[in-house]
Design a protein around this ligand. Structure first.
Ligand SMILES: N[C@@H](CCC(=O)N[C@@H](CSC=O)C(=O)NCC(=O)O)C(=O)O
Length: 281
């Protein structure tokens, strides 16, 4: 990271340290951006791998850090956690605060090509290039819109930036659900068609021939799943059709669990341990 970082807060947790920084983000058009980073205790003596967590709609860099139950498991595994924000803040674009599922808090981890948003809404560059400039061993996970971000950043990365990806209740096929359709029509000049090439995990896995390491968990009691916003079955079918077996792409359905952080924290250990296999190999 080239820009100067300003420490906002710091808390000791699980023998490690959770620190919030802010800086002036070039990717987000010069706006001030926050992120949290958790360093496990062994980071004082050696280089540690990093796991990036992307949050969902309406979230900030705090939701995952405060409610995900990830820190203790990451501390034990010797893995750092990076929690970016979910969108630029305060761009001042007309209408960006009108809805909870578009604009502020809803950056969809893409680079906007619509001139109205393209100066500020570049969360793809922010997360993949601007924040982690010096990190060599990285994996990525996320929730809901952040699960969409984790899967698409992993699958679309030409440089294989991430060793593995996992997601809780991800938006798996956003070109076919209301949240994705709304976001892509707003942020992208060529809308859904443009999104299919880069920002739809189901479209991407169908074209992926390389070996992948993906874990997805969702709950059958999740109202957004029931409303057809997540579509994990589409992703699973596309993965199997493309030849990715259970060892490469694992999609688990959990009876009765909802979309909340109670669900995420229930399976937090599984996700940290899944990534540890690849980050520490
Ligand atoms: N305000 C909304 C509900 C918003 C919501 O549920 N956001 C989820 C992510 S949804 C997909 O990206 C979330 O993580 N919320 C924050 C939390 O801490 O739970 C509504 O009115 O339905």
């Amino acid at each position: 990271m080239a820009a100067a970082l300003e420490k906002v807060s710091s808390n000791k947790a699980f023998a490690g340290e959770l620190t919030k920084y802010k800086f002036k983000s070039a990717a987000l058009g010069g706006l001030s951006a926050n992120f949290n980073i958790f360093l496990p205790p062994n980071a004082a003596n050696e280089k540690v791998p990093i796991l990036v967590y992307l949050s969902g709609l309406t979230c900030t860099e705090d939701n995952g850090a405060q409610k995900g139950s990830f820190l203790g498991y990451a501390s034990e595994a010797g893995i750092a956690l990076l929690f970016p924000d979910t969108s630029p803040r305060g761009a001042g674009i007309e209408g960006e605060d009108d809805d909870w599922d578009f604009g502020t808090g809803a950056g969809f981890y893409l680079n906007s090509t619509n001139p109205k948003y393209s100066k500020h809404y570049n969360m793809l560059t922010h997360v993949t290039i601007e924040l982690p400039q010096d990190f060599k061993r990285q994996s990525i996970f996320g929730h809901s819109m952040g699960g969409h971000g984790a899967l698409t950043l992993y699958l679309a990365s030409k440089s294989k930036q991430y060793r593995s990806a996992s997601a809780f209740s991800p938006i798996c096929n956003p070109t076919k659900c209301p949240w994705g359709e709304k976001a892509f029509k707003g942020y992208l000049q060529n809308g859904i068609e443009e999104a299919k090439a880069q920002y739809d995990a189901t479209e991407l896995i169908a074209k992926t021939t390389d070996s992948v390491h993906i874990l997805i968990d969702y709950g059958t009691g999740d109202n957004f799943y029931k409303q057809g916003q997540l579509l994990p079955e589409n992703f699973l079918k596309a993965a199997r059709d493309a030849g990715h077996d259970e060892l490469k792409v694992r999609v688990r359905s959990h009876e009765g669990y909802d979309h909340s952080y109670y669900f995420i924290s229930t399976f937090a250990a599984d996700h940290i341990h899944f990534h540890a296999n690849f980050l520490k190999a």
